[in-house]
Design a protein around this ligand. Structure first.
Ligand code: TMP
Length: 210
């Protein structure tokens, strides 16, 4: 049985996840709570190697199912090598993207449907987040925040793709309402910070972690 607490952040590209993750990092440091910060795809040596392959713009021939399976492979390694052991030791884990990214981007964005959820439930073997923050921001706004030169293979997809991803996110959040906390990401980053930290502090207090 896991003893720690598992937090994930989700949302469209450019929705401000990284800024909020940095705020969370400071919050945990200030409160002397042991916390592991990680990301997907990536988080382990194998995961980071897979990340390079998945996001490389020159891999334009990658088929959608290969893409979905590579994300799931990175996730399986991540759960087994890093996330599950940290949670078993009672640590808090904060992960930048997790299973819901695959359901939104590959399931909805690439139109692979429910098979993506099935593959990924197999990959995570029951290790699901306690809380998932969804940064709600229209994809066009998020996309406009990322310069064209720095876009990866997924970010450079057409706006129609990102709109399907976003619609997917809203459906997933609705379906798993007990786990999701929707955050209006169009607000000032300081206001969003207070929202997030408030929710995290309350959840950790309920678990007896703070
Ligand atoms: P990042 O830019 O947030 O690090 O994520 C890399 C890209 O990969 C981003 O465009 C979202 C995408 N992605 C998926 O398509 N499926 C997934 O399962 C994950 C974790 C990310």
């Amino acid at each position: 049985m896991k003893k720690g607490f598992f937090i994930t952040l989700e949302g469209p590209d450019g929705s401000g996840k990284s800024t909020q993750i940095e705020y969370l990092r400071r919050f945990f440091e200030e409160n002397e709570i042991e916390c592991v910060f990680t990301r997907e795809p990536g988080g382990t040596h194998i995961g980071e190697e897979l990340r390079k392959i998945i996001l490389d713009k020159s891999n334009s021939e990658m088929c959608d199912m290969a893409e979905a399976l590579l994300y799931a492979a990175s996730r399986a390694q991540h759960v087994e090598e890093l996330i599950k052991p940290a949670l078993m030791e009672g640590k808090v884990v904060v992960c930048d993207r997790f299973i819901d990214s695959s359901i939104a981007y590959q399931g909805y964005g690439r139109n692979l449907g429910d098979s993506v959820r099935v593959i990924n439930e197999y990959a995570v073997a029951g290790c699901m987040p306690d809380v998932t923050f969804l940064m709600e921001l229209p994809p066009a706004v998020g996309k406009s925040r990322i310069s064209e030169d720095s876009q990866d293979r997924l970010e450079m997809e057409k706006i129609e793709f990102h709109n399907r991803v976003y619609e997917g996110y809203l459906n997933i959040a609705n379906h798993y309402a007990d786990r999701f906390v929707c955050v209006d990401a169009s607000r000032d980053k300081e206001v969003i910070r207070q929202d997030l930290i408030g929710t995290v502090a309350e959840a950790l207090a309920n678990r007896g972690i703070m």
